[in-house]
Design a protein around this ligand. Structure first.
Ligand code: THG
Length: 261
């Protein structure tokens, strides 16, 4: 599993305030905490509070880059913000994200090709988020085909079948699991699959429980990576154990410790 740390997001009050005040110490602390807890990639999202999102993303990527060489997932719906983040992050970055909308694909696939970097494709098209697995897989196919046309390698396409809060769209949750499995059949090598896990529990009372239960189910469906909270030890334990039970990692009695070292 690829663990993408979600905490450098302006949606979190402390990080949002640090982005506005250009307080490097907070960003460095949150980056290093996530890395110490095993994050493989750090998601960077300036959130809603930044007035000039391009400048904010440039600052956030440069600041994070001072303390880590890990890949940085530049997270924005705006192409100009994505470009600024890629530039500031240097070589090791990825685009989070395009959708399956024609206009987005035409702008962002060339950007992924130019940087030779992975690109996350959300299964959203001109009609929004499809209701069922088949609809999501159809949009995923469109994204994979567009990547091929633009010379982006299939293994650099990461499909995100878009998980929405269970409190609004309960009937979507099993469909997302089916879509994860179906995406594996789209090409050879297949695209990777990822999720923004914490979306699933927004507005619910037992957030950590909902997050870790769904993560285990998604791993059993073949999920390759998640944007999630590496500081939630129970969540990471569940991830490690699910990987083991899927025979993706080798068993030893002290597997939690072994995976973390
Ligand atoms: N797919 C992709 N990228 C994504 C998402 C996705 N990026 C953003 C988001 N979704 C994933 N990251 C988060 C980060 C935080 C939260 C949810 C998803 C979150 N934050 C608390 C909240 O809103 O309640 C903040 C609370 C606080 O201030 O402490 O839940 O789906 N590709």
């Amino acid at each position: 599993m690829i663990l993408i740390g979600e905490r450098l997001n302006g949606m979190f009050k402390r990080v949002g305030a640090a982005i506005v005040a250009q307080d490097e110490a907070v960003i460095v602390e949150v980056a290093q905490l996530q890395i110490a807890k095993g994050a493989n990639i750090l998601d960077l999202n300036v959130g809603p509070s930044a007035e000039d999102a391009v400048a904010a993303m440039r600052w956030l990527a440069e600041t994070t880059r001072k303390v880590t060489d890990l890949p940085l997932a530049i997270d924005s719906p705006k192409p100009a913000v994505l470009r600024a983040g890629l530039e500031a992050a240097g070589a090791n970055a990825l685009i989070n994200s395009t959708t399956g909308e024609e206009e987005k694909l035409a702008e962002l696939m060339p950007l992924a090709s130019e940087y030779g970097c992975p690109i996350i494709g959300l299964t959203i098209d001109e009609n929004g988020v499809p209701r069922d697995a088949a609809g999501r897989t159809e949009v995923a196919l469109k994204i994979v085909a567009s990547a091929m046309e633009h010379g982006v390698l299939p293994e650099n396409v990461w499909i995100d079948p878009v998980i929405l809060p269970i409190s609004c769209t309960q009937n979507h949750q099993p469909e997302v699991l089916k879509a994860i499995a179906e995406c594996k059949l789209l090409s050879d090598p297949s695209p990777k699959t990822i999720l923004g896990l914490s979306n699933v529990s927004q507005g619910t009372q037992y957030r950590p429980l909902v997050n870790r239960t769904y993560l285990v189910m998604a791993i059993a469906s073949g999920l390759d990576g998640a944007i999630m909270d590496p500081l939630d030890d129970d969540l990471v334990d569940a991830m490690i154990t699910a990987e083991l039970l899927m025979n993706n990692t080798v068993y030893c009695d002290d597997f939690l410790k072994a995976y973390r070292t």
